[in-house]
Design a protein around this ligand. Structure first.
Ligand SMILES: Cc1ncc(COP(=O)(O)O)c(C=O)c1O
Length: 380
């Protein structure tokens, strides 16, 4: 029994909708499937404006442009995250100020943000790791008090909530990813920018369409369209949106199954966690779990390396996750000033391991993973 780490789920309708898009002879961006997907997010989650992008990275790049980030501006980002959370702002010339994670989970520690704020701070980027909410009330309060914008990196956080509010819909802007590894995919790559602050809606449409006011032209608001701002080609092809539409139609089924797998792991491993062998995911009472990822945090790098090795010997593929961005080659080479000391981030980088998690993972496979982990801790 070979258990992969991740496997994207097909609902069965993807090829059908792609076929529809192909034979409608409307394959470029902003067609019917793109509009359907955007409307889905606006209606289900009450997002003011949702704009499909070619990736989560592109959604973050659009957000960085919309925030008008300029050389010298500072942007606060957790160090335990994917490169794009920082890179999108670096491309605008920002200086990244890395923040540490919480002690109990990899999300940015809100109590450490204020000390990092200067008169150059323009944006804070909370990343909802594993789809579990950061403490957004605290973050928004700090941001509003200092007149700073908040861009939620909700790449992993579809259908997850903070005190009943959908993630991605709380900050001024929110960014989702539909990469193959996410709960739903737009055929391998895709993303979504959510605009919650109305001030950014008009400009978002322009930046999305290569700096032109094409959207206004198609709505009949101007009689010709032209170059009015900066931008890029951020909109995906209809093929990607058609694929995503098939997945969104089954979102509730997908979420139910993923959460059931997550719960199976949690129940099966809680005895070992109670003995102190490792730490299970922490879901604060203000947050929900969207079944994006199941991880455990081992006691040391050595223990984690051996565990991943043992799982692999048993044909189970588990994976560590981010390396601390503040210790990356790129940051060290480009950062002026001291490299910060971020111990919680470094601990997650060394000790966190993600277990197989995907829709089609069978109950006996989850049990095999649990048994293998149990056998490892019995022989230690
Ligand atoms: C936290 C986070 N931010 C941003 C991204 C970038 O998304 P994409 O791969 O769609 O560009 C990812 C993707 O894995 C991510 O996990």
């Amino acid at each position: 029994m070979n258990i992969s780490f991740n496997r994207s789920f097909l609902t069965g309708k993807e090829a059908h909708y792609i076929y529809e898009a192909v034979y409608a002879h409307k394959l470029c961006g902003n067609g019917d499937f793109t509009k359907k997907c955007q409307q889905f997010f606006e209606e289900k989650y009450g997002f003011k404006k949702a704009v499909m992008t070619t990736s989560g990275t592109d959604a973050l790049e659009m957000a960085a442009i919309l925030c008008d980030v300029k050389p010298g501006d500072e942007v606060i980002v957790p160090s335990y995250t994917f490169v794009s959370s920082a890179l999108a702002f670096v491309r605008q010339g920002a200086r990244i100020i890395f923040a540490d994670s919480c002690e109990n989970n990899p999300n940015i520690d809100p109590d450490k943000i204020e000390a990092l704020i200067t008169d150059k701070t323009k944006v804070i980027v909370p990343v909802h790791y594993a789809g579990v909410a950061c403490d957004m009330d605290k973050i928004m309060e700090i941001a509003n008090r200092h007149n700073i914008l908040v861009v939620e990196d909700a790449a992993q956080a579809i259908d997850s909530y903070y005190k009943g509010k959908p993630l991605g819909g709380i900050g001024h802007l929110g960014c989702f990813s539909f990469h193959e590894t996410k709960n739903v995919t737009a055929g391998g790559e895709g993303g979504l920018l959510v605009v919650n602050d109305e001030r950014f809606i008009r400009r978002a449409e322009i930046i999305w369409e290569k700096g032109t006011n094409r959207a206004e032209f198609f709505r009949g608001m101007v009689n010709k369209y032209g170059w009015v701002d900066t931008g890029s080609s951020f909109l995906p092809s209809e093929i990607n949106s058609a694929f995503l539409w098939a997945q969104l139609e089954c979102l509730d089924t997908i979420q139910t199954r993923r959460k059931a797998i997550w719960n199976m792991y949690f129940e099966g491993l809680k005895e070992l966690a109670a003995k102190g062998c490792f730490i299970l995911p922490d879901i604060p009472e203000y947050a929900t779990n969207n079944g994006h990822m199941f991880y455990i945090v081992c006691r040391s790098l050595v223990e984690r390396t051996r565990l991943i090795g043992l799982l692999k010997e048993n044909e189970i593929y588990a994976a560590f996750h981010y390396l601390s961005l503040h210790l990356s080659d790129y940051y060290r080479e480009h950062h002026v000033g001291e490299i910060p000391n971020l111990p919680n981030c470094d601990r997650f980088a060394d000790c966190l391991v993600r277990l197989p998690m995907y829709f089609e993972l069978k109950e006996e496979e989850v049990l095999k993973v649990i048994e293998c982990i149990k056998s490892y801790y019995q022989i230690l």
